[in-house]
Design a protein around this ligand. Structure first.
Ligand code: CMP
Length: 143
């Protein structure tokens, strides 16, 4: 079964949106198999955004995700990466579909509420950055 890495960013945590956003992933039918409230240090932030090193938004983005705790999660399900991307909406909240997470809760690309893996390969890499294998759990979900 496919897995994706989802992170509720500092703006989501600070604005008290954790529960509302998680509810959308649960309602979709995805299964939560890993979750932690976590402070991101510089090494982890730079590893997470390594593909963007050298871009103008790299340093602000790294500093931003270190600024306050985040909620790191692993969600599992059929086509989980694409399903989560659909739920989240476009990276730029100003362009995200109304009703999507970013379309509902964001307006600024640098504070875009949530991060989600862009491919199954990215998901495996990102899950490995944030979770030890034993922190991703197997269980039977109803429905
Ligand atoms: P995320 O999906 O976490 O991946 C890279 C992040 O960089 C992105 O969300 C945005 O929060 C942030 N970012 C800031 N400025 C830009 C930009 N101009 N283009 C793309 N991403 C940006």
């Amino acid at each position: 079964m496919e897995r994706t890495f989802i992170m509720l960013k500092p703006d989501a945590v600070q604005r008290g949106l954790i529960g509302q956003i998680i509810a959308r992933f649960e309602a979709k039918g995805l299964k939560l198999v890993g979750m932690k409230l976590k402070r991101v240090d510089r090494a982890l932030a730079e590893a997470h955004y390594a593909e963007h090193r050298g871009k103008g938004f790299f340093e602000p983005t790294v500093n931003y995700i270190m600024s306050s705790p985040v909620v790191a999660m692993v969600w599992e399900g059929k086509n989980a990466v694409a399903a989560a991307r659909e739920l989240m909406g476009a990276t730029n909240p100003a362009a995200a579909a109304p009703g999507s997470v970013r379309g509902s809760y964001g307006i600024d690309i640098s504070r875009n509420v949530v991060h989600g893996s862009d491919s199954p390969a990215s998901a495996e890499r990102e899950i490995g950055l944030y979770f030890r294998p034993e922190e991703v759990l197997s269980y039977t979900k109803a429905g």
